[in-house]
Design a protein around this ligand. Structure first.
Ligand code: AMP
Ligand code: ZN
Ligand code: FE
Ligand code: FE
Length: 271
């Protein structure tokens, strides 16, 4: 099972149905597509997955901030047609447009002109646009050899053309997921810069922690399982698969306890 992956509606390169097909090929029991700030994949993938006997859960990944540090929040098993969550995601995508434009201006000043039209033309199916889409356009123009180079030199946090952009607070993101009757999970805590004590963050009303994250070794994941247990939170896991834009994460290269899938599935069916 894989509870964290991205389709081409955000910054992945596979369609929702292709992700379902991959999950079936790998004999997974469950799948959730967690696009950044959009829940568009659900209506396309759910009937297809269900027909093929795969448990498919509504999912989303929301970019938020805690004391000015970026924190990603995963939402699961919410009402996929909740207008409040659809509007919440749309508002953040509008903020992203401002941030993307600011990054393009910085790139232009650095002699790497890329237009938003080019960025969108290269990823025509995306609903949410962000740095990977800009990196693709930079590659197309020949400014960088690959996406990873673009992040390392220009777009990565703290690099010359990076812009943080305005975000929801973690409280607001958890609140939006709860209002849509879903479960809120702290995404890849292993990647937090953790300038604030983790206890402060976990004092917020989370339901779960993504204790298993693809690229992390077993000891690191185990530490997060213990923290989850201490806080009475359930444990999820995912690969953060994006397809070709992030070849280092392989689909299904993580694990989530069977009990979590059952819990999330039962919650979804009870909505
Ligand atoms: P954004 O949402 O615009 O802040 O971009 C964040 C996304 O960029 C992440 O979800 C990843 O998909 C991608 N990303 C971050 N770092 C890298 C990297 N070094 N190489 C490729 N993709 C990356
Ligand atoms: Zn991404
Ligand atoms: Fe993330
Ligand atoms: Fe992700």
């Amino acid at each position: 099972m894989d509870l964290h992956c991205h389709s081409l509606y955000s910054d992945g390169t596979y369609t929702p149905r292709q992700l379902v097909d991959l999950a079936l090929q790998m004999s997974f029991s469950g799948l959730s597509i967690t696009d950044h700030d959009t829940i568009e994949a659900f209506d396309e993938a759910y009937p297809y997955a269900t027909e093929k006997g795969l448990i498919f859960l509504p999912g989303v990944e929301i970019s938020s901030k805690f004391r000015d540090e970026p924190v990603h929040i995963l939402g699961y098993s919410f009402d996929p047609h909740a207008q409040s969550l659809i509007d919440f995601c749309k508002q953040h995508r509008e903020r992203r447009e401002i941030r993307n434009q600011m990054m393009l201006e910085k790139l232009s000043r650095a002699g790497m002109t890329v237009t938003m039209e080019e960025v969108k033309a290269l990823s025509p199916h995306a609903t949410t646009y962000g740095r990977p889409h800009i990196a693709l356009a930079m590659m197309q123009r020949g400014y960088v050899e690959d996406i990873s180079f673009a992040f390392r030199h220009y777009l990565g946090s703290g690099r010359s053309c990076y812009v943080e952009g305005d975000k929801w607070t973690v409280q607001e993101a958890i609140g939006a997921i709860h209002t849509a009757r879903g479960k809120a999970v702290l995404a890849h805590p292993q990647l937090l810069k953790a300038r604030s004590p983790i206890e402060d963050l976990l004092a917020l009303p989370f339901d779960g922690i993504e204790a298993y994250y693809a690229s992390m070794n077993a000891d690191v994941n185990r530490r997060w399982c213990e923290i989850a247990q201490r806080h009475g939170l359930f444990v999820t896991g995912g690969s953060d698969f994006h397809g070709k834009v992030k070849p280092e994460s392989r689909f299904g290269s993580s694990w989530a306890p069977e009990g979590t899938i059952q819990l999330l599935q039962q919650h979804f069916l009870s909505l």
